[in-house]
Every structure is written in C-alpha cells, then in structure tokens.
Design a protein around this ligand. Structure first.
Ligand code: ZN
Ligand code: ZN
Ligand code: ZN
Length: 273
C-alpha cells in the first residue's frame, strides 16, 4: 500500500464536497483496497493497494475529474551554518534549489533545517554537508500529549500534575498525582511513564532509520570517486602492476589474489615512444 493524494484537475478543490467525494472514491475501489488518511491542502490523502491503482486513476465525481498524485515522504536535513556566513543569502540560495521544498526559518545552534522534495536528503547542497534532521521527543505543555507543540494544539488544557481540565498554573491539587497520558500515579513529565517510553522508542527507531539511510548514501557517494581514481591509476599498466596496485588498495583480498595468481606473468615493458 502506498500513499496518494486525490486532487481535482481544476485548480479549486470542492472542499464542501470532500466527505462525499471520499466516500464515493472508497465505494469505487472497495474499502478493503483503500484507507482514508486525511484531508490536506492539495486534496484527500489515501493509502491505496497496488491492485486498485488503475481504477483509482480514473475517478470522477459530479463534473470534476480527479487525478492521483503519489505522496512521497519528504526528507528533512540540517546544514551547519559556517561562522560569518550571510544567513539570508544562504537561505535564499537554498530556496532556489530545485530539490528544496522549504527552508525553515528557525536558526537553532547555527543550523538551518531544510525540507527536500525527495524521500532521501542529499548529503551535500551548495557545498554544505547535509545531515539528517533527527526527531526530538515533544510533549505538549497544554494538553500533555506527545508529538506536537502547544502552539499548534487544538485540545483542551490538561494539568501535567493531576490530569484535571486546567493548566498547571491554576492547579490546586498539591498532593495527588495523576498522569494525563496513562492515568498512572505520576506527573505527565515522568520519564518512566509507559506511554512516554512507547513514544520514545518510536522516535528512536525513526531516527535510527534516517541515520542508516544517511550512512548508506554517504557510502554510495564516497565509493564512486574512489573507484574512478583507482581506475585512472590502472590505465596502461601491466597485469602484475595492476595486481600490486589492487593489493595495496584492497589488502583484505590478498589471500584470494595469491590463490588465483600463483604464476604471475612477467611484467610487460611499456613501449618506448
Ligand atoms: Zn496539545
Ligand atoms: Zn491540576
Ligand atoms: Zn503516565
């Protein structure tokens, strides 16, 4: 199953009809082959099974024809800003790159966060190394739930001390502790809370995944120039010379070479010009 955005060919998405459109779309494909995700700025998001894709591409509702756009998860990377750098110029240059979706204005610890249009972040942009943006654990100070900040919170206030429907500042319960997330006898900030531990382990595995991806990208990129460089050294060399160069470069393969080349051919003298 992959994620897709259902959007109108016309510029205006008939927002007031979103619910009816979504229902008609699910009815067309069958509820076992499509799962609604959410409504986005661009249209309606669905997870669609591969065998329903062809049918999903030809959907119309009322007078509207729809198109289906694959939704890739966008990678985020961080750039360490060099000292004395012109930050505004750097941000502008980044924004103008074709693989950049957004440059985030917050400048914490001299790093700029960039969202790329691709699923994996590049390892370098405009001569700056790009490191993966790791997720931090986030607990909302308003509703105490994990994964969002209080400035975007639409939930009612919950007290981190007693889980009551009031803010921490207006709490009058001075002894009884109750966790707003799990109901246990601790504050919502307690690092041993089972809900927190579960959330933390999800964050850790996501961060591990992007870090591994980053290491793989780096290795793939480093390999290319390295091999090209060796290849250049081999041009015009005899077999014995080639073997001795390769032995130096790849000492771990030595045993193999010794077995395969027990009787090396005498070196050819390069033709004098
Ligand atoms: Zn909240
Ligand atoms: Zn309270
Ligand atoms: Zn708890």
């Amino acid at each position: 199953m992959a994620s897709f955005c259902l959007t109108t060919v016309a510029v205006i998405f008939p927002r007031e009809k979103a619910k009816a459109i979504g229902e008609a779309f699910i009815k067309l494909l069958g509820s076992e082959r499509v799962r609604p995700l959410k409504e986005s700025k661009a249209g309606l998001l669905f997870k669609i099974r591969d065998d329903a894709l062809n049918q999903a591409k030809h959907f119309s509702f009322d007078r509207f024809d729809f198109k289906l756009i694959a939704q890739t998860k966008l990678a985020r990377g961080v750039i360490q800003v060099p000292k004395n750098a012109d930050i505004d110029k750097l941000k502008n240059d980044l924004k103008n790159k074709s693989n950049v979706e957004a440059v985030h204005s917050g400048l914490k610890n001299n790093v700029i966060t960039v969202t790329f249009k691709t699923e994996n972040a590049p390892t370098n942009i405009l001569g700056h190394n790009v490191k993966p943006a790791l997720l931090a654990t986030l607990r909302c100070f308003k509703c105490q739930m994990f994964g969002h900040a209080s400035n975007v919170c639409n939930n009612n206030a919950k007290c981190p001390h007693c889980a009551g429907n009031h803010s921490h500042a207006s709490c009058t319960t001075r002894h009884a502790r109750k966790c707003a997330n799990c109901g246990g006898g601790h504050s919502a900030a307690y690092k041993g809370c089972p809900i927190y531990l579960k959330y933390q382990s999800t964050i850790n595995s996501k961060n591990l995944k992007v870090t591994n991806q980053y290491i793989n990208n780096l290795q793939a990129i480093n390999k290319r120039p390295y091999l090209a460089q060796i290849a250049k050294q081999l041009v015009g060399k005899s077999e014995t010379e080639i073997l001795s160069i390769l032995k130096n470069k790849f000492p771990e393969n030595e045993a193999q070479y010794n077995i395969e080349h027990t009787t090396p051919t005498p070196p050819e003298q390069p033709a004098s010009t």
